[in-house]
Design a protein. Structure first.
Length: 164
């Protein structure tokens, strides 16, 4: 059964939306594992801080079906499609990896943000430190250790109340 890695983020009513998103993912996928939740400043626009994490799960769905499930969860959380790339998000769920599949359609895999955004790379390195990026061939922990934009993209782990 394929293993997927999922980026989850929000900066609008973020704690509730993160809890909602993770709960919904649990209905669609099995063996859900979560990284720590990280807080970071908005990138590319003025907005509230974001909460982000990465989850892994197993699925029997195709990449297209996974993508559609994510869009349904985002919509149920109040996400409106067509927003500017750098803007506030009620809930943003992105497929980062689908096993070691490399493709451009129906979504780009591995997702490009993995290598360029601390809020994706650090939580991914936390839950899959020895897993290797299917294109560059380096383990995520090594990629995080050599990540050069840590000062420009500060983030910090927070205590997250999953029960609220």
């Amino acid at each position: 059964m394929p293993k997927i890695y999922i980026s989850i983020g929000s900066n609008q009513d973020a704690e509730d939306r993160i809890r909602f998103g993770v709960k919904q993912l649990g209905y669609y996928f099995s063996d859900l594992e979560l990284s720590s939740v990280y807080e970071s400043e908005a990138v590319g626009f003025d907005g509230d801080n974001f909460l982000n994490l990465v989850a892994s799960a197993k699925t029997q769905m195709t990449v297209s079906q996974v993508d559609q499930a994510f869009k349904q969860i985002e919509k149920a959380a109040g996400r409106i499609r067509g927003e500017a790339k750098f803007s506030n998000r009620t809930l943003d769920i992105d497929l980062l990896l689908y096993d070691d599949l490399v493709c451009e359609k129906p979504v780009r895999l591995p997702r490009g943000e993995v290598l360029y955004h601390a809020f994706v790379l650090l939580p991914l390195a936390e839950i899959a430190p020895d897993l290797k990026h299917p294109v560059v061939g380096e383990a995520y922990q090594a990629l995080w250790q050599s990540f050069t934009n840590k000062d420009q993209q500060p983030l910090w782990a927070i205590d997250f109340d999953w029960q609220h």
